[in-house]
Every structure is written in structure tokens, then in C-alpha cells.
Ligand binder design. Structure first.
Ligand SMILES: [Zn+2]
Ligand SMILES: [Zn+2]
Length: 51
């Protein structure tokens, strides 16, 4: 499993992408569920996948 680290642009919280995915919730901007910051609960829109 590849560890992808992401950073929240709102609060600069950094954690594994899986932690952001775990906090997925409905986003009314995107009309779908996606990752949210576990720390500030803001929608995460700039996920960078490093393969
Ligand atoms: Zn969204
Ligand atoms: Zn945040």
C-alpha cells in the first residue's frame, strides 16, 4: 500500500490520505461524498496522488 500524505489548505493539517478519506462527507460544491480534513472538517479538493 502506497502511503500518500496530504495537507489541508485550510488549517495546514498533514496526515495520510486514508485519514482524510475516512472523514469523507457530503460536499455541496461537488454534489458527492469526498475527503474532508479530520482536523477542521473542510472539504479537501486538492488531493495529490503520488504513484
Ligand atoms: Zn467538494
Ligand atoms: Zn483542515
Amino acid at each position: 500500500m502506497i502511503m500518500v500524505m496530504v495537507i489541508c489548505e485550510e488549517c495546514l493539517y498533514t496526515d495520510k490520505k486514508v485519514e482524510f478519506v475516512k472523514n469523507s462527507d457530503y460536499c455541496k460544491e461537488c454534489i458527492c461524498d469526498h475527503s474532508m480534513c479530520p482536523n477542521c472538517k473542510s472539504a479537501y479538493h486538492t488531493v495529490t496522488i503520488t504513484e
